[in-house]
Every structure is written in structure tokens, then in C-alpha cells.
Ligand binder design. Structure first.
Ligand SMILES: Nc1ncnc2c1ncn2[C@@H]1O[C@H](COP(=O)(O)OP(=O)(O)OP(=O)(O)O)[C@@H](O)[C@H]1O
Ligand SMILES: [Mg+2]
Length: 437
């Protein structure tokens, strides 16, 4: 099947919007590549350039190693599925799927055979005589997929094909789609802003921010060792805890990470301590996902952080405690509509309540470090050098607890830290690590 390569591709729209900025990306033959990023980051523009529906301002799009910049869309052998796929309402399901074959002159007999084959692969073999309006949303999406597949393209381009469907159906269809295209072996570029969709479906994920590619890797790589603070914050639910930390090196012993008035020690025999040691006397960001934190008894010593529960969130299968640990968190802005699995944006709610002046159960961020009301980039308290991209506020350390725990707000909690699962980022938001991608 086909390979795709983008070489230094930039797209500037006539109004000056830079939608895609000097992007390089290689998609291997038969690979399922997911483009992930918040609304407006340039995902669709990138896909449309691969399809030939949009011309790059500079750079080259290569298909199977050949420059395709001047190749019209119909000669690229690509099939595209959109979010708002349009089916012909006056045609049956079978005619909808078979339409591309009819256009390319395939006789009715073989056409019916191919349509039947594709429809049964998609589980819609029994609704071929119906009209689109007599189908459910999921069935309609399968018809759109069928219409794309039936021509046996060498490349699939899918632009948020599931985002109009309810969450149950999405989960079901994402397994089906990735299974189907893997089975067919067709190279696929799939666009989504849903990190769960990306992590479950992709062979590799390319994460974009404002037209700039941030990181490319397998789901395990980008989740386990995110290249930037942005990627770290974008992937995972609950979001990774990102704490401001002062680095202090005790040669041959350890690197001390001061987090508020608590300290974690990275032992000198941990290779990463050599990389972190370069930041002696400086502030860095220490990232820890909830899975690196385990509640322990208060007398536990060693790699622990202590705090008090600010508030609890119950998710049925688990509860999340948000701890005040007397530290400062770095908040990455422009996360856009990246969904949080709970579906409830508690930060937004808390801001809303604090504006109303009704604190209630919803805590307000009024600590001395809370400069959220300050215009980004104008505060002397800013530790990270990219104005408008990050801000600081009192940390609320997200910790997983068993469902409906017997603790309440204000309760002290000690958590042990898996030091080998910590992530480190410099003031530009770049990963600090040794010997990695
Ligand atoms: N024809 C156009 N003229 C000017 N600007 C455009 C045009 N099309 C897209 N843009 C801008 O380019 C940027 C990237 O748009 P694009 O549609 O690629 O984003 P996206 O990542 O697909 O977002 P979404 O998730 O909302 O679909 C946005 O700022 C958008 O407003
Ligand atoms: Mg889009």
C-alpha cells in the first residue's frame, strides 16, 4: 500500500493564518497514523493537503516517494471520510455504497458483489435496500465508510468520522474501523481531537499544536515519554500533575527536587539525575500521572508527598482526590477541547462558582500564587518563558482512590511516588531525559 511523506510543509491561508507550519511526517505503508490536537491546530488542513484538496504554500507532499503536489485529487488513489458525511438521500444504501464503482464504469453484476462484500464486512449487509433516513447514526456512518472502502483506495483519509456519534457507538466503531483497515492493510491518516480515540486506534500518533507538530510516536511512546509539556498535559485522564520544582544537586548522592516545602530525591544512580542535574539552582517542571501515586499510611517515609484533600470527584469505578500539597502547578493553556474523561470540566465549574461568589463545596483558587486573572506573560511570577502558553496556580495533586472512600475534604493524605515514573520538563516545555527518541 501507499506511503505518505510531508516534507517541510507549510500552509498559509490568504488572510495570513498559518494553519500548518514546516511539518515533516512520514507514514509507512499500511500504517494507521492519527493526527491529534485541539480545534484549529491544523489537522484538517494537513489532511486536505494530502488529499490534494488544498495546495501547500511551500514544501512537498509525497505519495509512494513521488512528489504529488501537482497531482489532482482523483489521481491520488485516496478515499476520504468526513465528520459530516453526506449520503444521497434518494438512493438506497446499496446504491450509495456502489456509487463510486458506478462512476468508474463497473458493471451492475460485479458492482453488486463488491457492495455486498463490503456491506457484510461492515455489518450492514441486511439494510442494503433501505434509504439513509431509515438508518441509525452508526449505520449511516458505516455506509459512508463502505462508500470509501469499496473502491479499494491505496490511502484512507478520515477527518473526525465518529465525532457526531454518541460515546458508546464511538467506542464500538473505533475498534471496528481500526480492525477493518488493518485487515485491508490500507495506509490510513485519521484526524481526531479525542485522545482516547487516538491512543486506542493508532499505530502512531502525531500531536499538533497551532500548526506545529509536537511529537510523533506509538501510543506507548507519546504517553510514556511525552516530548513536551504540552503533549504531557494533552494525553491522559486525569491530566498529568505538573508541579514547579527547584533543582538542587548533591553530587554523588542525589538530585533534590524541592516541590513547595517538600522534597523528593532522585538518586544519583538513576541515569536521569545526570540530565536533571544541569538545572541546578533552576526551576523545572516535574510531571507525575495519577498512576505514579499511591495513597499510603501517614507514617510512611521516603518518596512521599503529603497534603490535604481539597475536594473529591466520584467517577463510579474510582474516586479522584485533589490534594493541596503547598506547591505550584503549571497549567498548559490552549488545551482546546481535549476531552477529560469525566466529561465534566471541574476547573470551569470552579471558576464559574468563584465568579458567583458562592464557594460552596467548590474550592476557589485564591492562594498567593494564583495569578490566573493576570494577563498571561505579564506577570513577574511567570516561570516559563513562553508567554500565554502556561500559567501557575496552587497545585491540586490528582490522586486515584477506591470508589467512594471514607474520607472527606480537609482529610490529610500521604501518597508514595513512583520515582521512575516522573517526567521532567525545562522552562521551554521540552522534555529533560537521557537516551530517548
Ligand atoms: N480557508 C481558510 N481560510 C483562512 N483560514 C483558514 C481556512 N481554513 C482553515 N483556516 C484556519 O486554519 C487553522 C487550522 O484549521 P483546521 O481546519 O485545519 O483546524 P482543525 O485542527 O481541523 O480544527 P477542528 O478540530 O476544529 O476541525 C484554523 O485557525 C482555521 O481557522
Ligand atoms: Mg478539522
Amino acid at each position: 500500500m501507499a506511503t505518505v511523506a510531508l516534507k517541510d510543509v507549510t500552509k498559509v491561508f490568504p488572510d495570513g493564518t498559518v494553519a500548518v507550519d514546516r511539518t515533516n511526517l512520514d507514514v509507512a505503508s499500511g500504517e494507521f497514523m492519527v493526527l491529534l490536537g485541539p480545534s484549529g491546530c491544523g489537522k484538517s488542513t494537513m489532511l486536505r493537503m494530502i488529499a490534494g484538496l488544498e495546495d501547500p504554500t511551500s514544501g512537498a507532499v509525497l505519495l509512494d516517494g513521488e512528489t504529488a503536489n501537482d497531482l489532482p485529487p482523483r489521481e491520488r488513489g485516496v478515499a476520504m471520510v468526513f465528520q459530516d458525511f453526506a449520503l444521497y438521500p434518494h438512493m438506497s444504501v446499496g446504491d450509495n455504497i456502489g456509487f463510486p464503482l458506478k462512476l468508474s464504469g463497473v458493471e451492475p453484476g460485479p458492482r453488486a458483489d463488491q457492495v455486498g462484500e463490503v456491506a457484510s464486512a461492515l455489518g450492514i449487509g441486511d439494510v442494503l435496500p433501505r434509504r439513509p433516513k431509515q438508518l441509525s447514526g452508526g449505520q449511516r456512518q458505516r455506509v459512508a465508510m463502505g462508500r470509501a472502502i469499496v473502491r479499494r483506495p491505496r490511502l484512507f483519509l478520515m477527518d473526525e468520522p465518529l465525532s457526531n456519534l454518541d460515546s458508546g457507538l464511538r467506542a464500538e466503531l473505533r475498534a471496528e474501523i481500526s480492525g477493518l483497515v488493518h485487515e485491508m492493510g490500507v495506509t490510513t491518516v485519521y484526524v481526531t481531537h479525542d485522545q482516547a480515540e487516538a491512543l486506542t486506534m493508532a499505530d502512531r500518533v502525531a500531536i499538533m499544536r497551532k500548526g506545529v507538530l509536537q511529537d510523533v510516536g506509538t501510543p506507548t511512546e507519546v504517553y510514556g515519554r511525552p516530548a513536551t509539556l504540552y503533549v504531557a498535559a494533552f494525553l491522559g485522564s486525569p491530566r498529568m500533575n505538573l508541579l514547579e520544582s527547584q533543582v538542587y544537586v548533591h553530587l554523588d548522592r542525589h538530585v533534590a527536587l524541592h516541590i513547595g516545602d517538600q522534597t523528593l530525591y532522585l538518586p544519583w544512580n538513576d541515569l536521569r539525575s545526570r540530565a536533571v542535574a544541569h538545572y541546578h539552582g533552576e526551576r523545572i517542571v516535574v510531571g507525575m500521572r495519577a498512576e505514579a501515586l499511591t495513597p499510603v499510611t501517614p507514617d510512611t517515609q521516603g518518596d512521599v508527598l503529603r497534603g490535604r484533600i481539597r475536594y473529591l470527584e466520584h467517577h463510579g469505578h474510582e474516586s479522584l482526590a485533589f490534594l493541596d500539597i503547598g506547591a505550584t502547578a503549571i497549567v498548559v493553556d490552549e488545551m482546546g477541547s481535549a476531552p477529560i474523561s469525566s466529561g465534566i470540566n471541574t476547573n470551569g465549574l470552579r471558576k464559574f462558582f468563584s465568579r458567583l461568589g458562592t464557594a460552596g463545596r467548590v474550592p476557589q483558587d485564591t492562594g498567593p500564587n494564583d495569578n490566573r486573572s493576570t494577563r498571561p506573560g505579564t506577570s513577574a511570577q511567570h516561570v516559563l518563558s513562553e508567554p500565554g502558553r502556561h500559567h501557575r496556580r496552587p497545585a491540586e495533586l490528582a490522586v486515584r482512590l477506591a470508589p467512594y472512600p471514607a474520607v472527606t475534604n480537609g482529610h490529610p493524605l500521604t501518597v508514595s511516588i513512583r520515582m521512575d515514573q516522573l517526567h521532567f520538563f525545562d522552562e521551554r516545555g521540552q522534555r529533560i531525559d537521557v537516551g530517548w527518541r
